[in-house]
Design a protein around this ligand. Structure first.
Ligand code: SF4
Ligand code: SF4
Length: 370
């Protein structure tokens, strides 16, 4: 497998923004610094950044640096093909948009019970391996969001899969729904190397509730993100931890502690267990703000933002929730506008009961507005 120079990858999913668009000069600076510091792994997908992530990869990375200086991962997302015949043209357009002739890794995106049959019926795995044989993909893998027994099923049915991308972070490690540990153990059983996504759980492990922040502050001064990323990177067989960095400061911090990576020591691990206890006591909605659910919502509800409002209410009891609820519903539906079509739940990688949760949001914020 190609040389992944260090265990930190740059996810083109949450870039720095300016006036509602990705900040290209800052992203170019980040890419340059990342490479200069000896890191070389980049990850993207067609749907990221409102469908602009692949062309941003071309603008900021591939048109500016030699092909051998980086590794690039892209994904086959289920909502961009209807039939087997759609896959090759889609793939070719991804190569063109990214400005490359091959991908180092190509993943069947977000595999779960809801979409696996679609990939099977369209012979997506077979097509990806045919593209590999043609030299257009170096390695084929999956990214995965479901239970460990289903991962076991996929890896048994497709032993040719070379690598697995998992949601893996200290809060989800023992979570009964996400099953990070159990999924990781399935990968180990099947001898598959692991790529990590969501190591900071969509930013939730960087913006800690005060009680949790105090626990980490008592360590040696590392950033909240540093403990989360080092937690994930410390496991055997984990090849890469992705970070969706959205400022050059974040990139500097991440590359500082990952240049000479050291796994967590006992004291740090114990502190993270205490942070988990704080989170569990708060009963927060485990939304990672991936925004997969938003595109198909017929009522244009900004679902993750409304969940963030409710979570913030839990974390900061005196917080100005009504104001922010108003901000997030100005250009989108209210929670009570939900018609319960269920589209969002079919696509949510966290398997959230979005309709029920929106009822809770509506109960608090729409009632007050009446
Ligand atoms: S169930 Fe509600 S929130 Fe989900 S897609 Fe349908 S209208 Fe939107
Ligand atoms: S509700 Fe689910 S799909 Fe929507 S942003 Fe949150 S985690 Fe992603």
């Amino acid at each position: 497998m190609e040389k992944m120079q260090k265990k930190l990858g740059f996810g083109f999913m949450r870039l720095p923004m300016k006036d509602g668009q990705a900040d290209i000069p800052q992203t170019c600076d980040m890419v340059d610094l990342f490479l200069r510091r000896g890191f070389n792994y980049f990850d993207t997908a067609r749907g990221y950044l409102d469908g602009k992530a692949e062309t941003l990869i071309r603008t900021c990375l591939t048109s500016r640096h030699p092909r051998e200086s980086y590794l690039l991962t892209d994904k086959l997302s289920g909502n961009y093909f209807k039939t087997e015949a759609d896959i090759r043209p889609l793939f070719e357009s991804q190569l063109t948009d990214c400005g490359v002739e091959y991908f180092d890794f190509y993943l069947m995106h977000s595999q779960c019970r809801e979409n696996y049959d679609h990939y099977q019926q369209c012979h997506a795995y077979e097509t990806a391996f045919a593209l590999k044989a043609e030299g257009k993909i170096r390695h084929v893998g999956i990214s995965f969001h479901d239970t460990a027994d289903f991962l076991d099923q996929i890896l048994t049915e497709h032993p040719e899969i070379e690598i697995v991308q998992l949601q893996f972070n200290y809060l989800d490690y023992e979570d009964p729904a996400i099953q990070s540990r159990l999924c990781y153990e399935v990968c180990r059983k099947h001898g598959k190397p692991v790529l990590v996504m969501e190591p900071v759980k969509g930013g939730r492990l960087t913006q800690l509730p005060e009680k949790a922040r105090k626990i980490l502050d008592e360590l040696h001064g590392g950033s909240n993100a540093s403990y989360a990323i080092r937690f994930a990177a410390g496991f055997e067989g984990i090849k890469m931890v992705l970070s969706g960095m959205s400022s050059i400061e974040q990139l500097r911090d991440n590359t500082d502690y990952m240049t000479d990576f050291k796994p967590l020591d006992d004291r740090e691990r114990k502190a993270l267990s205490e942070v988990c206890r704080v989170f569990r006591g708060m009963h927060l909605i485990p939304c990672t703000a991936c925004r997969y659910c938003e595109a198909g919502c017929p009522r244009k509800i900004h679902i993750p933002d409304l969940f963030a409002v409710l979570n913030a209410r839990q974390i900061y009891s005196d917080w100005n929730g009504e104001f922010y609820y108003d901000v997030h519903t100005r250009n989108g539906g209210k929670a009570s506008d939900c018609i319960k079509c269920g589209q969002c739940e079919n696509i949510c990688p966290q398997h959230l009961h979005i309709r029920e949760l929106l009822e809770q949001v509506a109960e608090i914020y729409d009632k007050k507005a009446e």
